[in-house]
Design a protein around this ligand. Structure first.
Ligand SMILES: N[C@@H](CCC(=O)N[C@@H](CS)C(=O)NCC(=O)O)C(=O)O
Length: 222
């Protein structure tokens, strides 16, 4: 039996969605973030040394890292959710599976971290310095990087309905997290209609809705 070690409000929502698309039985073990630090509880380190979510266990195997989990689940339970070997769509599938966490997420994570400087409990004398650093980082590095990525993704969806082509694949599931994070905090809006329609299409999928019902509140923190 597959067990999803599910941290509330996190990337493991993607794994629940994939499992709902597949329709294979699985169970969820719930973990709650520390409300002050937003970090995962130490119990997750008993499952995997990094203590991050998602992690799944299946039989004797423990698999961490969203992209690796998605590859494992698709290879073993849902080959129909990846394009045929040897095609350009298959190459695109591998690319977007890696791109989501390797390239799209880092600037969005930086955006989140620097936004927290505004709320950090620091002495008022130091506060303007922290804010000036955050403003400079946002203006010079983070916002331009996010714009570059959003333009790139918008252009990709100008020529195909899904990231790998005409077929919905697990790479679209992997790509959902950076796009939802961008919609939440990275400036994704109606100025990029292809990406907004993508989000509407995935949110309307019955499996996506079923995964939300099972995983609980999902507001995309870190
Ligand atoms: N690249 C990893 C990122 C894993 C990750 O950072 N997960 C976050 C949840 S979205 C987490 O566990 N945060 C809590 C913590 O770091 O303690 C993946 O895609 O699996």
């Amino acid at each position: 039996m597959i067990t999803v070690h599910h941290l509330n409000n996190s990337r493991s929502q993607r794994v629940l969605w994939l499992l709902e698309e597949i329709g294979t039985p699985y169970e969820i073990k719930f973990y709650q973030r520390n409300p002050a630090t937003m970090l995962a509880p130490p119990e997750l380190r008993a499952v995997h040394p990094l203590g991050k979510s998602p992690v799944i266990t299946d039989g004797g195997r423990t698999i961490a890292e969203s992209g690796a989990i998605i590859e494992y689940l698709v290879d073993n339970y849902a080959p129909h959710l990846k394009p045929t070997e040897g095609t350009s769509e298959r190459l695109a599938y591998t690319y977007w599976l890696h791109y989501a966490e390797g390239s799209a997420m880092p600037p969005l994570l930086l955006k989140l971290i620097f936004s927290r400087i505004y709320r950090a409990p620091v002495p008022w004398l130091v506060r303007p310095i922290g804010r000036a650093i955050a403003n400079g980082m946002n203006a010079r590095f983070i916002d331009p990087a996010i714009k570059l990525h959003l333009d790139y993704m918008e252009n990709t969806l100008a020529t195909s309905e899904w990231f790998t082509g005409a077929q919905f694949t697990a790479a679209d599931i992997q790509m959902s997290f950076p796009l939802e994070a961008a919609a939440m905090r990275g400036g994704l809006n109606e100025s990029r209609p292809k990406l907004m329609r993508f989000l509407e299409r995935i949110h309307a999928r019955p499996a996506y809705m079923a995964s939300l019902a099972k995983g609980g509140l999902y507001e995309l923190l870190a």
